[in-house]
Write a protein of this length. Structure first.
Length: 140
């Protein structure tokens, strides 16, 4: 029988626990520990890192935080967009908003409004064209 410290194999344990295990189990645990240490060392040597660990840094890499200028520009652009949407007819504004901002499919909008899908497509196309003209005049 061999005495082992469980904290060495289970780092999340907060108290020191020693346990007597058979020699076979002790050999398997030490072999597994050496293999894990070897794997970690190889990863460090080759500058590898996992993006799916908690707490990971994947969001920081994929979506870096916005600068204050970017935040202000986003707010201004959103304000201009909503102002332009307000200048469309209510039906066009509702359909363009539902399709592009809420991400609904044209077929979903047609079912919800109980109309033919082609009328939704035409309305959205005209709405986007009108929105384009409004925004051109706004930025002149």
């Amino acid at each position: 029988m061999t005495t082992i410290k469980l904290n060495r194999y289970y780092p999340h344990l907060t108290e020191n626990i020693t346990l007597e295990v058979s020699d076979e189990i002790a050999v398997v645990l030490s072999t597994g520990g050496r293999m894990c240490d070897s794997y970690k060392r190889r990863k460090r040597e080759h500058n590898e890192c996992s993006l799916d660990v908690d707490p990971g840094f994947e969001p920081d890499v994929m979506f870096p935080p916005l600068t204050p200028e970017e935040i202000i520009l986003d707010e201004e652009n959103r304000s201009v967009l909503y102002t332009a949407l307000d200048q469309l007819s209510p039906i066009q504004a509702r359909r363009v908003y539902a399709h592009y901002i809420l991400g609904k499919k044209k077929s979903e909008i047609a079912r919800a409004e109980n109309v033919v899908e082609s009328s939704i497509c035409d309305s959205i196309r005209r709405g986007v064209k009108n929105l384009s003209e409004i925004l051109k005049n706004f930025y002149r």
